[in-house]
Design a protein around this ligand. Structure first.
Ligand code: NAD
Ligand code: ZN
Length: 244
């Protein structure tokens, strides 16, 4: 399944950078946006995940986030997440960049995932910027309020049209510049700037590997395409690395 070349690269103390997308969490039961189960009450994510929609109709946007927070609260990391946490323990120069907001990498033991799009379990006051982890949604009114200033809380995720967290982006770029091996895992490679990251890595000399159940726009450009579920391929990769 894996080329000799890839397995050899792991023997050379490489800088390993992994970019993950919704696909790595699919086996945990988190719906992807572009899959069939991505729709909620006939809304497209683009229609709900933006600031204008939130200001116009915070009830419906909060209802959607409550639904998604509830999903995340009730699921567990899968073998793909655990394998990446193990890779991090095996290689001192390992960086994990994720577009996911579900926090499952952290729960699987990854120490410092770079969260490009925030975290759905964290909330932030529109008025005073104070952060709140997991608001008690059973007790709160539909639109949770800040206990400090009474402002409206929003989920601390990056919405369409918003800037990515500056520091996350800086950390990601730094890692990518040094990458010897770069993995794109379970992402449709459509959302910027994550979609460009494999190309940055390749132009700074990294060996590019993609893991996905389907080919993507990135596939023609990778050095190695591994077709299948990340929860099966990643644990197998670790086995093979340990053997060689
Ligand atoms: P996407 O939904 O556009 O693409 C998911 C990709 O994963 C697809 O290419 C699909 O073929 C692949 N895939 C599905 N199951 C897989 C599996 N078991 N193993 C390997 N690959 C698999 O997701 P995206 O590229 O991450 O972009 C969507 C945006 O939506 C992101 O910005 C993200 O923040 C957000 N989002 C996050 C979550 C989450 O946190 N879990 C869930 C949905 C959407
Ligand atoms: Zn406040």
């Amino acid at each position: 399944m894996f080329s000799e070349k890839l397995l050899e690269k792991f023997q050379e103390n490489p800088v390993v950078v992994v970019l993950t997308g919704a696909g790595i969490s699919a086996e945990s039961g988190v719906p992807t946006f572009r899959g069939e189960d991505g729709l909620w009450k006939k809304f497209k994510p683009e229609e709900l995940a933006n600031f204008d929609a939130f200001i116009r109709n915070p009830e419906i946007v909060w209802e959607w986030y409550r639904y998604r927070q509830e999903i995340v609260r009730n699921i567990e990391p899968n073998p793909g997440h655990y394998a990446l946490a193990e890779l991090e323990r095996m290689f001192p120069d390992f960086y994990l960049i994720t577009q996911n907001v579900d926090g499952l990498h952290f729960r699987a033991g990854s120490q410092n995932p770079i969260e490009l799009h925030g975290n759905i379990m964290r909330n932030r006051c529109l008025q005073c910027n104070k952060y709140f982890m997991e608001v008690d949604l059973q007790k709160e009114p539909v639109i949770p309020k800040c206990t400090e200033c009474g402002g409206i809380l929003r989920p601390d995720v990056v919405w369409f049209g918003e800037q990515l967290p500056q520091q996350a982006l800086i950390n990601a770029e730094k890692a990518i510049n040094e990458a010897n091996i770069f993995f794109s895992v379970g992402t449709s490679a459509l959302v910027q700037p994550a979609a460009s990251m494999p190309f940055w890595a390749k132009s700074s000399g990294a060996y590019l590997v993609e893991i996905n159940i389907m080919e993507t726009l990135l596939t023609p450009y990778v050095d190695e395409y591994l077709s299948g579920k990340s929860g099966e391929i990643l644990p197998e990769l670790i086995k093979q690395i340990k053997k060689t």
